[in-house]
Ligand binder design. Structure first.
Ligand SMILES: Cc1cc2nc3c(=O)[nH]c(=O)nc-3n(C[C@H](O)[C@H](O)[C@H](O)COP(=O)(O)O)c2cc1C
Length: 321
């Protein structure tokens, strides 16, 4: 069987090589349900949540509001100290997840300025304490993973990966850009390859993988074990099936009717989850569903102004149907 269609194992968790990335504001419960309409086995991440927010009644209820069929699920935490790690892990594990991830890659100013996200890569001592605290409260049978960058302001991914492995981290995802690069520019494939060579635990690559061709190119340059699909699956919940078909040498056809069906289902799931606010959240996805359509700008204008569900549904059917 092709390498790309084989599964790999993180601790005891056997999963396909393609994984759904965390995308804050996008990979929420409705989106994950949409993915599950197509793909059942792929590991999906939650959006990143700070350990402190998960232990509050409101934050916890929001972050942990997911259905069992969204699993396998990797719950992603942000943390800037060891405070709340124990109670946050306990809360998440009580609901049931398949892995717990710590983010040390987020470049956002508010996250970095409070000492979390990618800034932790510049403070290995504090990071070590936090990693050990997570490992202490995550049972050994639950994989603990780490999502990092190439570094904060300077590249130090290899050192951080080794530190993580020594602290009991079970897999590393590397998005090999510096904090200053945010989400653009070429990913540094060489750094990812060095990380892969430096550790024995599985290494997953994140950055610019949008189809089978880019996954294959990434593998050839880095030798990584798995591939995170982020922006490539935005409004394309069929993406894993497309990649697997292409990896098997088959075509995967997506036509306008399928896009319409998916967009309407996404809207329905958003409204079921968030009530009228769901319409607002759906707008973020709309441009991706109608991209390339000859009347895209007209449709966008009409739907962005509407706060009526039926009107948005009608508009989608009129334009895309
Ligand atoms: C809108 C958006 C939200 C993101 N949210 C998160 C997040 O919550 N946690 C995280 O680790 N990475 C987050 N990322 C980074 C992605 O997971 C991924 O590493 C990055 O986008 C590169 O991969 P891609 O080219 O496949 O999108 C986010 C990226 C974008 C564009």
């Amino acid at each position: 069987m092709s390498f790309f269609l084989e599964k790999f194992t993180i601790k005891g968790l056997e999963i396909p090589r393609f994984i759904g990335a965390p995308l804050d504001g996008i990979t929420d419960s409705p989106f994950r349900k949409l993915v599950r309409d197509f793909s059942k086995e792929e590991l999906l991440y939650t959006e990143m949540r700070h350990v402190r927010s998960v232990v509050t009644p409101k934050g916890g209820a929001l972050a942990l509001n997911f259905e069992q069929f969204e699993r396998p699920l990797n719950f992603q935490f942000a943390a800037n100290s060891t405070e709340f790690v124990e109670s946050a892990c306990e809360r998440v594990l009580r609901v049931g997840v398949d892995a717990i991830d710590l983010n040390i890659g987020c470049p956002a100013r508010n996250v970095v300025s409070s000492g979390g996200g990618s800034s932790l890569m510049a403070d290995p001592e504090r990071l070590e304490g936090i990693l050990k605290e997570f490992r202490r409260f995550i049972p050994q049978h639950i994989p603990f993973t780490l999502k990092m960058r190439a570094g904060f302001k300077i590249i130090n991914a290899v050192d951080i990966a080794k530190l993580a492995q020594d602290c009991g981290v079970d897999a590393i995802t590397i998005h090999p850009r510096l904090q200053t690069q945010m989400f653009s520019g070429q990913p540094n494939y060489q750094v990812a390859a060095l990380v892969k060579q430096a550790v024995q635990i599985p290494v997953v690559f994140s950055g610019n993988i949008i189809n089978f061709k880019t996954a294959k190119m990434t593998y050839e340059k880095t030798g990584v074990d798995g591939f995170l699909i982020g922006r490539g699956m935005w409004a394309k919940p069929w993406k894993f099936e497309e990649i697997k078909a292409n990896a098997a040498g088959k075509e995967y056809v997506v036509d306008g009717h399928m896009i319409l069906r998916v967009a309407l289902r996404h809207l329905e799931l958003m409204v079921a989850e968030y009530g009228s606010h769901g319409l607002l959240r759906f707008r973020k996805n709309l441009p991706f569903y109608i991209k390339g359509h000859p009347s895209a700008s007209e449709l966008r204008q009409r739907l962005v102004q509407s706060d009526n569900l039926e009107d948005v549904q009608k508009g989608l059917i009129e334009f895309l149907g």
